[in-house]
Write a protein that binds this ligand. Structure first.
Ligand SMILES: [Ca+2]
Length: 291
């Protein structure tokens, strides 16, 4: 629980990180590095650090030695980025931002662009230093540190050769299938999906053979296409067109004039003139007319 003259409570919950949480003024100098946990920024196109903070890095003293003026900041801080945990803390680490001569006298949110480090494993390092020169020392108080990233992805498109029927797209993760979206649109493209494995499943359409589910791997910047091609199995196609009455086109009319599909199919099969070719054409015409 901070109580140092600027922050009298944490930004959230009971705790916050601080360079001088209790407002202790009895020290000669401070220099500290607060290391955040290791964060993997691979597979991202951008990354952003946000945190809430209070500090006053605006006070300074100037000294003149010989003909040269020197400025000493009583308190100062900045965010460094470590890309190698085995390198000891130092001010030689790359600097993401510094807050020299700035004030946050109440809790304020800071945003730091980490995009230049995407693709690497990093540690965010908060560096704070203080040299008491007569003014109150507040320390650098930090809470609610967060790193967010935009995932680098690719495109997934789903097409069908027939308007009917549902599709569902899922990502395949370590916990199993995670639904992305489902629908009936005959052609759809999803852009900027995360790289990984995707599974497309297709709903049943009466009379048609439902294709097996399909799995594809999406790479960063890549495109994956799922295409559902529905087709009629031979036996089902005969049943299907029998219901549609298409077989009558190549079958002789019954003498009574009354239509009996079963009899006509029988007639079709036993009539020598109904070679496979006309049946093929009839089947095709029927298919087109259904669209
Ligand atoms: Ca907190």
């Amino acid at each position: 629980m901070p109580n140092n003259g600027l922050a009298t409570s944490a930004h959230s919950g009971a705790n916050a990180w601080g360079g001088d949480l209790d407002g202790n003024q009895d020290f000669y100098a401070a220099s500290s590095y607060l290391y955040a946990p290791v964060i993997d920024l691979s597979g991202l196109t951008s990354a952003t650090l946000t945190f809430w903070t209070t500090f006053d890095f605006s006070r300074f003293e100037t000294f003149t030695i010989g003909n040269t003026d020197y400025t000493i900041w009583e308190e100062d801080g900045g965010v460094l980025i470590s890309t190698n945990a085995s390198v000891p803390p130092s001010l030689n680490l790359p600097l993401a931002v510094e807050y020299t001569n700035q004030i946050a006298d109440t809790w304020r949110q800071e945003t730091v662009d980490l995009t230049k480090w995407v693709g690497q494993t990093i540690q965010v390092v908060f560096y704070y230093q203080a040299i008491p020169l007569g003014d109150t020392i507040y320390g650098w108080t930090i809470d609610d540190i967060r790193i967010t990233g935009v995932v680098a992805g690719g495109n997934v498109s789903i097409t069908k050769n027939l308007g009917q029927g549902t599709w569902s797209l899922s990502s395949l993760s370590s916990i199993g299938l995670v639904p992305v979206q489902s629908g009936v649109a005959p052609s759809i493209t999803f852009s900027n999906l995360a790289a990984g494995n995707y599974v497309a499943q297709f709903g049943d359409v009466p009379f048609y053979q439902t294709p097996d589910e399909q799995t594809n791997t999406l790479t960063v910047g890549g495109t994956v296409q799922f295409h559902r091609h529905l087709f009629l199995p031979r036996r089902e196609s005969q049943r299907h067109f029998r219901r549609l009455g298409k077989w009558t086109t190549s079958a002789p009319s019954p003498p009574t004039g009354r239509s009996s599909p079963t009899r006509m199919v029988t007639g079709c099969r036993t009539t020598p003139s109904s070679s496979p070719e006309p049946i093929q054409r009839t089947r095709h015409r029927g298919f087109i007319s259904r669209k």
